[in-house]
Design a protein around this ligand. Sequence first.
Ligand SMILES: [Zn+2]
Length: 318
Amino acid sequence: MKKIIGIDLGGTTAKLAILSYEGQIETKWEVPTSTEDNGAYILPNLQASIEAKLAELQLTKADIHAIGMGVPAPVKPNGEMSMAANLGGFGGFNVAESFSTMMELPVILDNDANIAALGEMWQGGAKGAQNVVMITLGTGVGGGVIADGGIIRGFSGAGGEIGHMPVVCEEAYTFACGCGKKGCLETVSSATGIVRVAKQMLTTHSAPTTLADVQPLTAKAVFDAAKNHDVLALQVVDYFAQTLAKAMGTLSAVTNPEVFVIGGGVSKAGAIIIDTVAKYYYESVFAAATNGVKIELATLGNDAGVIGAAYHAHTYQA
Ligand SMILES: [Zn+2]
């Protein structure tokens, strides 16, 4: 059986892996991402690195079935990638086609949030499920929605942008979002959003809290304090969980996922996330959409991208 290649192209480094056709990582490595000259060196650097790795492993292109690649920008079904600000403006052309010509191999391109969801569905926290919502809680909130085994992309590729679901109603916590609107999920449930809510609560709260002395205040510090029963921190976590559960409830009513997978830096807080979110989710969302639904932490960590990208290579048919 031929092997497959997964690439997770990020603004600082590209993660690459050669996997078995069944999806087990056999070799993985990283290449720094050059953002000079509008990213003109990105594809040549990836090509050189892959060719060197294949030679090192005494493999040839004939041993490879296809290449899957995730990029930090919207991608059209034909492989055309939008310009990515954090890749120095790289994009604006059919990256899949160009890289395929260079590599003399099929290349399937997709958005990085989508490939993370596919990775968790194939080999991670949602293994075996066909209906999955991946929620990535990082600096922002990213998402990937898989319905009946396929990614929901929507009319303009914005399907699954769950960070911008308008779910905040409380005036005190209605903050401006980077997208230009107000009250988006990520304004309160991302790492930066959790800090924003904590700062807001600190201005009105009178009970003693350890958070007032934490410099700089981070989402991790909030979760650590909550685990130590700090009253204010528990309120921040509670609000975070309530808002996220509301978004998940809305998603359940639309696509009825079997598993929600929660990943990203914030998810490193662990069980406290699942426990608090589950409490509000099962309590407030109608039973037909939540019965048997699981909420899991992501299990693939930084490998989700290469594995999900490789999933596209795995399913590629000439
Ligand atoms: Zn927004």
